[in-house]
Structures are given as structure tokens and as C-alpha cells.
Design a protein around this ligand. Structure first.
Ligand code: GSF
Length: 202
């Protein structure tokens, strides 16, 4: 199978971490919707990365669909619990982490516009979502070892990718100082080769 993505996308990183944690072999093809003559829209009508292309040429998107498929395609290292309540909790963590990335990407794109066209209100609206979500993440994590309590899951992967993206693109958002438990879990995740080897880079 082939994953199409970039080295900076937090959503692509989520898929790359899951592939590595599940020890699934794949080809990584670099392509980004932001580069001229990219091919993303030819395979994903939404024109977004990541995209997973299976061996039978089936195309999967978005990252939530990709990681759920990957978790079920092999029995080892399950990242999403089976019981409905726990599984739903993991998916809510994923929605939270992806939502932080959504708001961060919107700010990043707004700041690429000509200065006179940038909306300060729009940026502030996204920043507020990020700040509220970091507070919620910190409250939910508390002093737990992992996001859903005692074991590593997709919730930690998504949270780690979101925090890593903020650190990469928005060093001014000081989540480490404001939420030491988020710094703790991020640093613990970075000890895993699957995280260390996929850290965002320009
Ligand atoms: C979001 C992917 C996304 O926005 C997912 O895979 O979870 N819900 C989707 N990807 C960005 C690249 S990046 O900022 O990570 C993307 O492809 N944007 C292109 C566009 O046209 O929005």
C-alpha cells in the first residue's frame, strides 16, 4: 500500500505513526496540495492529504478513515479498543486533536494571505478554539499515564501529532508552560521511534 502525504502534515503524521506502530509495510509518496502540479486531487476529490492507496487501488481518506482501517487490518498492537464506550472516547480524543490541527492550519493559511487581506477576527477565533481545546485536553489527561488512562492508544497518537504541530508552526502558543501534563505526555511520546522519526520538518 502507498501513503501520500507531506513531512509537515499532522494528519499525515498520524497515519505514519499508526503504520509504524502496527508494523505495516508501505511506500511513502511525498506530495502536497500546496505544491504546483501536485497530483493529490487526481486521487482524492477533496484535494487533501493524507491519502492511502491500497494494493487493489482502493483510495482511502481522510486520516480518521485511514487509521481506523489500518488498526483493523492487522490484529497486532490494537490502537482502538473494541468496547463501544472506550472506542468512542478514543475517537473523541481524535476529533479533539484533529480539531486543534484544523484551527492551526486555518491560522497558518490565513497568515499566508497578503497582510491587508488577513482577518484578525478569524485568526483570534481559531486561536481561541486551540486554547480552549488545550485546556480540555489537559483536564481530561490529568495525571493519567495515557490519554484514556492506563494504555497507549490512537488518542495519544492524535494528541501527540497535534501538540507536535503546534510546537512546529506556533512556538508562541506556550502549551508546555500552561499545561505541564501535556508536555509530559508529548515528551514521553517522542521517546518512541515512531514519533521521533516522523517529527514535522520543513
Ligand atoms: C484533514 C486533512 C488536511 O486538511 C484529515 O486527513 O484528517 N480531515 C482531513 N490536510 C491538509 C494538509 S495539512 O495541512 O496537513 C490539506 O491537504 N489541505 C489542502 C486543502 O485543500 O485544504
Amino acid at each position: 500500500m502507498k501513503l501520500i502525504g507531506s513531512l509537515t502534515s499532522p494528519y499525515a503524521r498520524k497515519a505514519r505513526v499508526v503504520l509504524a506502530e502496527k508494523k505495516i509495510e508501505y511506500d511513502f509518496e511525498l506530495d502536497s496540495p500546496w505544491t504546483p502540479d501536485n497530483k493529490v486531487a487526481q486521487i482524492n476529490p477533496l484535494g487533501k492529504i493524507p491519502v492511502l492507496v491500497l494494493d487493489d487501488d482502493t483510495v482511502l481518506f481522510d486520516s480518521r478513515v485511514i487509521v481506523e482501517y489500518l488498526d483493523n487490518v492487522t490484529p497486532n498492537n490494537k490502537l482502538m479498543p473494541a468496547p463501544n464506550r472506550e472506542r468512542t472516547e478514543v475517537k473523541r480524543w481524535e476529533a479533539l486533536g484533529d480539531g486543534v490541527c484544523d484551527a492551526a492550519v486555518l491560522i497558518f493559511l490565513e497568515r499566508k494571505r497578503p497582510a491587508k487581506q488577513q482577518s484578525a477576527d478569524w485568526i483570534a477565533r481559531q486561536e481561541t478554539k486551540i486554547v480552549r481545546s488545550l485546556e480540555f485536553m489537559s483536564e481530561q489527561l490529568g495525571e493519567n499515564t495515557w490519554c484514556i488512562g492506563t494504555h497507549f492508544s490512537l488518542a495519544d497518537i492524535t494528541t501527540g501529532c497535534a501538540l507536535g504541530y503546534l510546537a512546529f508552526r506556533f512556538p508562541e502558543i506556550d502549551w508546555r508552560e500552561n499545561h505541564p501534563n501535556l508536555a509530559r505526555i508529548h515528551d514521553k511520546l517522542m521517546l518512541r521511534p515512531t514519533f521521533a522519526e516522523t517529527a514535522p520538518q520543513d
